[in-house]
Design a protein around this ligand. Structure first.
Ligand code: IMP
Length: 416
């Protein structure tokens, strides 16, 4: 599946937390370079290598392959504080940071939290990491690029000017920034990060020209995309495959295989429409069996059934060549398993994703459950009902399911 001269791409095709980490971890060994292209430290997964736990939020999962170079592309928003903390886990880190990536500074996270409070019952349920305010500043052309750390005097001057200009807003939101510590902080960021900062677009072009294999690692999921997700209950970046071009400088023509990652059911963190959410015992069982609690904020995830309408839509948006179906084992022991195959909107049945997703009711078909799929590594050895479930999903989403994960263990994977 590896393309030379083309970068392969992993993308979440639900609401994030699909288990992309496990797939990227296991693929990373086959690539020379692994690249993050959007989002920030709102993403997160924990990985275990040789019994040691590592928390990844910003550093690409290629960090597990000592030979791979990890790239944080221009489309990512970087909290220097969070990145420095994360880097401490990896003493021999092979990392390149795009000089054009924007920084998340202290005021961004404070603004994120304060604005969420103001939204009251319309809160988005953000991670509070400052993602929205940092991307807003970028688009408003007020942002701070990490490459500016090279000239700390002008960066400090610009930051102080920005804080001054925005002081009425900060005051009204009761946000206080200690200006006396700014210089010290910027110096620390410069000392720790400057050696890694470079023009990653040129680096990637040169590497691809000489045949290096590149894997692009998406964060969050398609339905959280700023344009194509369930706006306004979305994150502030382009989470779909097209975002990888913008967030790296690789043209759409340099993207090879697109692998969509979906769970065998659905989850969502934060607020916003979720047609197949189950508020009863089944939802609770999915949460417990799937350990559905956020790695970044610890929040419990909303759980429900597989939404084939949404996944088919997401697969098309991303141009998925294949799909990896994660956490099949979480469905073990359910008597009946539901799948949403259409929506009811104003008494009419529709089979597409409307913009007013909060007004639809799911139309389900039901499958007989199975006892155990956990740990199975061959498709033919799966319980017959699990095989039926996967074969049917494949037809519904019109995308081949080429990989099935049956436990968190890297080896418990079925290739088809
Ligand atoms: P933000 O990205 O912190 O602004 O949050 C916006 C929305 O995206 C909220 O609903 C978050 O819960 C959700 N979100 C952000 N990052 C992730 C992630 O990595 N996994 C799942 N949901 C996420």
């Amino acid at each position: 599946m590896i393309n030379k001269n083309r970068a392969d791409l992993i993308v979440g095709i639900q609401w994030g937390d699909e288990g992309k980490g496990k797939i990227v971890d296991s693929l990373a060994k086959d690539y020379d370079i692994v690249v993050r292209y959007q989002g920030g430290h709102n993403a997160g997964h924990t990985i275990v290598v040789d019994g040691k736990k590592y928390a990844l939020h910003l550093i690409p999962s290629g960090v597990l392959n000592p030979k791979a170079t990890n790239v944080i592309g221009n489309g990512v928003v970087i909290s220097p504080e969070a990145l420095i903390k994360e880097m401490k886990q990896f003493p021999d880190l092979n990392l390149k940071i795009s000089d054009s990536a924007h920084m998340i500074l202290e005021h961004h996270s404070l603004l994120d939290i304060a604005k969420e409070k103001l939204r009251g019952k319309n809160a988005i349920g953000t991670t509070g990491r400052g993602i929205g305010p940092a991307y807003s500043d970028k688009v408003a052309r007020n942002g701070f690029r990490i490459g500016e750390l090279e000239d700390i005097d002008s960066l400090e001057e610009r930051l102080l000017q920005y804080l001054e200009q925005n002081s009425p807003i900060f005051k009204s939101l009761e946000i206080e920034i200690d200006k006396r510590t700014i210089r010290e902080k910027l110096e620390l960021y410069r000392e720790k990060l400057l050696p890694y900062i470079t023009n990653t677009t040129n680096y990637l072009w040169n590497e691809m020209d000489s045949g290096s294999r590149v894997l692009l690692e998406g964060a969050q999921g398609t339905l959280l995309d700023i344009d194509h997700g369930t706006y306004p209950f979305v994150t502030s970046s382009s989470t779909i495959s097209a975002g990888a071009s913008i967030g790296t400088g690789l043209s759409p023509k340099s993207i090879g295989n697109v692998i969509g990652i979906a769970k065998a059911y659905s989850t969502r963190v934060g607020n916003g429409p979720f047609p197949t959410e189950d508020f009863g015992d089944d939802g609770e069982k999915l949460r417990q069996q799937g350990h559905e609690f956020g790695t970044t904020t610890g929040r419990s995830r909303r759980c429900g059934w597989f939404d084939a309408v949404a996944v088919k839509h997401a697969s098309r948006l991303n141009g998925c060549d294949s799909l990896s179906l994660m956490k099949l084992d979480v469905l073990d022991g359910f008597e009946k398993i539901k799948v949403c195959v259409a929506y009811k909107l104003d008494e009419k049945e529709i089979s597409y994703l409307p913009t007013n997703l909060d007004e639809v009711k799911p139309v389900y078909i039901e499958f007989d459950g199975w006892e155990q799929s956990e740990g199975v590594r061959e498709f033919d050895k799966l319980p017959e009902n699990a095989q039926k479930y996967i074969n049917e999903l494949e037809k519904l989403i019109e995308t081949p399911i080429s990989l099935i994960s049956t436990s968190p263990d890297r080896e418990d994977t079925i290739q088809r």
